[in-house]
Design a protein around this ligand. Structure first.
Ligand code: SAH
Length: 203
């Protein structure tokens, strides 16, 4: 997976590659999908949701540029796979999931695999998670019609927000960086994510 899907496509961060090698992806997919756990695509995880393609997980993580002392927020815990990759790289991960069943399954899975730097929350992550803000980085794994202002507000100075933004079927991966009261935006590749629900997501 790492050689053929990540290195071959230009993922270069040694820390991100090491994190992707270390997290056992087969523990994060449903039993009947295990044969495809390391395949080059997303997989269904129930309730109409998906675990992202390995390359997209690695790319988003690299774009976030996580540092060992960082506290980061993920919106859309899903299976908990991206959460686990982040937990290998930073000091503390908060992750918010809207669907209670997915949140409790991801929580049990991460605990049983020994990921202790993770705090899972159930709720509308389009509002961020103000209780623990500001964050050194925010990563959103569902697509938004536009960037939710609360997520920008919860960024630490110089911190980045990585988020798919666009229409319901096709989006672009955007990186927003806080510079005082202003933000810069850069655009990465075209992507296709499940919709972000909630107040600042799709109705
Ligand atoms: N990062 C996940 C990908 C999950 S797919 C993984 O590695 O498996 C996106 C997830 O976002 C879904 O689980 C969906 O329920 C969740 N989601 C959608 N809208 C949300 C919202 N407003 N707040 C929190 N989670 C949301």
């Amino acid at each position: 997976m790492v050689d053929e899907q990540l290195l071959a496509r230009g993922v270069r961060s040694p820390a991100v590659l090491a994190a992707m090698r270390s997290v056992p992806r087969h523990h994060f997919v449903p039993p009947d999908e295990i044969a495809w756990a390391y395949a080059d695509g997303p997989l269904p995880i129930g309730q109409g949701q998906t675990i992202s393609q390995p390359y997209i997980v690695a790319l988003m993580t690299e774009l976030l540029d996580p540092q060992p002392t960082d506290r980061v927020l993920e919106v859309g815990s899903g299976s908990g796979y991206q959460t686990a990759v982040l937990a290998q790289l930073v000091h503390e991960v908060h992750s918010v999931e809207l669907l209670p069943d997915l949140a409790s399954q991801a929580g049990e899975r991460l605990r049983s695999l020994g990921f202790e730097k993770v705090q899972l929350h159930t709720g509308d992550g389009s509002l961020g998670w103000p209780e623990s803000a500001p964050y050194d980085g925010i990563l959103v794994t569902a697509c938004a019609p536009q960037v939710p202002q609360p997520l920008l507000d919860q960024l630490e100075e110089s911190a980045r927000l990585v988020i798919p933004v666009g229409g319901r079927t096709a989006q672009q991966l955007e990186v927003w960086t806080r510079m005082g009261s202003r933000y810069t935006r850069t655009v990465s590749i075209a992507v296709a994510f499940v919709p972000l629900r909630g107040l600042h997501g799709w109705k």
